[in-house]
Design a protein around this ligand. Structure first.
Ligand code: AOF
Ligand code: ZN
Length: 360
């Protein structure tokens, strides 16, 4: 029964996906006599918290939350941020029992929310469907603990492990359903990132082209500032936020990009320090970055320990060709024992394609 109500709270939380960063996805359900009397979720950054949204819904239905149980996917907050403390609203509403999924690692909350509820005489049960609740907010947890965004490395390849033909042509490897899923992922993340070679080879647009989707910030890792002024990215930079990360301090060379609407971020040295770039993205509240190519950027991030999840879309095709590229470049590991091992593997089909996902 507890799992059923928490599952409902999780699906409510999902509705905020793409709109809450850097804050978490949170859902809440009020239950009395086995019936749901109020539901809510955190809909957008800075907006009403899930708990207060559920109480609001209960009042709207003309019902009283007194004596009810609250199921909430994340520990209720007890601090004043953009919103007042949820613990106060819960206590004021005379809720009898609170069932909590994830603990909140936010140092302003971290256990203090639970303690405040217990102090107020509420029976609190923690860790209800915890792993499912935790899975909602992997980027939030990673970002609040490290200051860095959660990095999702995605690529599409053939069943023989090729990401392009020997000619370099790569459009398209996967089918429509898989590509649509990538657009859904773009709508959920704060930024998408590519390396300069991907821009030069594919001239990608990197926007979200599904109804109701929003565009993430587009980031090019472009140490030498070689992104063409007539690339799709630069030509659309006035409408879609675009950031060029480079090591070119000659600001005269920045001007044409700035005039086109790009932002240019300069790093010291010869190659962009990826940890420094991610740190600056994290500092602006971006808690998840989707890396969409290419092989060198992917390897550089992976070997620096900066990747948290990998998504491989695999098409039922074979390209062959000893010079046809694969998903990761760089030096690679010397021996099988040195491999980067993935865990929590998930497999899903999209049309004729398969997606294999795993965490590092
Ligand atoms: C949310 N939505 O439903 C819950 C959150 O600045 P504030 O007031 O919005 O507080 C943000 C923090 O509140 C967030 O980092 C998390 O620790 C806690 N809970 N946040 O945005 C919610 N329940
Ligand atoms: Zn709150």
């Amino acid at each position: 029964m507890h799992e059923t109500f928490m599952r409902r709270a999780i699906s409510l939380a999902e509705r905020g996906r793409g709109h809450t960063a850097p804050n978490p996805l949170v859902g809440a359900v009020l239950v009395r006599d086995g019936k749901i009397i109020g539901e809510g979720f955190h809909a957008f950054y800075g907006g009403l918290h899930a708990e207060r949204a559920a109480l609001e819904d209960c009042f709207q239905r003309g019902l009283s939350p007194a004596g009810a149980s609250l199921y909430v996917t994340l520990e209720p907050c007890c601090h004043t941020g953009k919103q007042p403390p949820c613990t106060e609203a819960i206590l004021a509403a005379d809720i009898r029992a609170v069932f909590v999924g994830s603990s909140d690692p936010n140092p302003l909350v971290a256990g203090k929310g639970i303690a405040a509820l217990r102090q107020g005489g509420i029976a609190v049960t923690e860790h209800v469907s915890e792993s499912a609740c935790d899975a909602l907010n992997a980027p939030f947890f990673h970002h609040i603990r490290t200051g860095l965004p959660f990095v999702l490395l995605k690529y599409a390849m053939t069943l023989d492990g090729k990401t392009a033909c020997a000619s370099g042509a790569s459009r398209w490897i996967t089918g429509e359903a898989a590509r649509e899923e990538v657009h859904r992922t773009r709508a959920a993340v704060g930024a998408v990132m590519v390396g300069i070679n991907t821009v030069l080879q594919d001239d990608p647009l990197l926007t979200c082209r599904i109804p109701g989707g929003r565009n993430p910030l587009r980031v090019v890792c472009d140490s030498g500032l070689r992104t063409p002024l007539d690339s799709a990215l630069v030509k659309t930079a006035a409408e879609v936020p675009t950031l060029l990360a480079c090591c070119v301090s000659d600001t005269a060379r920045h001007e044409a990009y700035l005039a086109a609407g790009c932002e240019v971020l300069t790093f010291p040295g010869r190659r962009v320090d990826l940890r420094a770039l991610l740190t600056s993205l994290g500092a602006r509240g971006i808690n998840e970055v989707l890396v969409e190519g290419g092989a060198e950027l992917g390897w550089a991030l992976l070997s620096a320990g900066l990747v948290q999840r990998v998504q491989a879309y695999i098409a039922p095709k074979l390209f062959g060709g000893k010079n046809a590229p694969s998903a990761l470049g760089g030096t690679g590991v010397p021996y099988p024992i040195d491999a980067f091992a993935l865990k929590n593997m998930h497999i899903r089909s999209f049309g004729a394609d398969v997606r294999i996902e795993g965490d590092l």
